[in-house]
Write a protein that binds this ligand. Structure first.
Ligand SMILES: [Zn+2]
Length: 151
């Protein structure tokens, strides 16, 4: 009996995971639809790399970016670097390297394509955004953002 229940739960979990992956893929495809990014060129960033990238980015932002204005209410598609770091640290963990796609500004080949979700506060203020963003952590440039949810 017990094993049967476990089997059912395991099967259900598997189905949920497959659905989640499918949904993620469809959102990514929607976001890269009008860009030169190809789905096949995305290389998932593993947990260890992810943590290293985010903490390096946080350090760099704290060192190089001064106080950032709160302009989200007027320009909901302009994002502060601290909000980006906060999203990567505390919200959705889904990030990729892109094969052969150096930064258009500095030429370094470290661009990161990842899922960004704006702060809870921004959703309360009706300027929430969730979507995929392309950044260059080397020259701190936001190279692109396409939301799949907004309010
Ligand atoms: Zn760059």
């Amino acid at each position: 009996m017990n094993t049967l229940i476990h089997k059912i739960i395991a099967k259900h979990r598997q189905a949920c995971e497959a659905k989640k992956q499918e949904l993620k893929k469809s959102r990514i495809l929607r976001c890269i639809n009008n860009s030169d990014i190809k789905y096949e060129d995305l290389i998932p960033i593993g947990d260890e790399d992810y943590d290293r990238i985010v903490s390096a980015l946080e350090e760099k932002v704290n060192r190089e970016i001064g106080e950032e204005p709160r302009y989200r209410n007027w320009f909901p598609n302009i994002f502060a670097w601290r909000e980006i770091v906060d999203s990567m640290k505390n919200r959705i963990r889904d990030a990729y390297y892109i094969k052969n796609r150096p930064c258009g500004k500095c030429g370094e080949d470290n661009t990161i394509f990842f899922c960004f979700r704006s702060s809870d506060e921004s959703w309360k203020e009706l300027c929430g955004r969730e979507g995929y963003m392309l950044i260059c952590p080397d020259c701190l440039t936001i190279l692109g953002f396409v939301p799949y949810f907004l309010n």
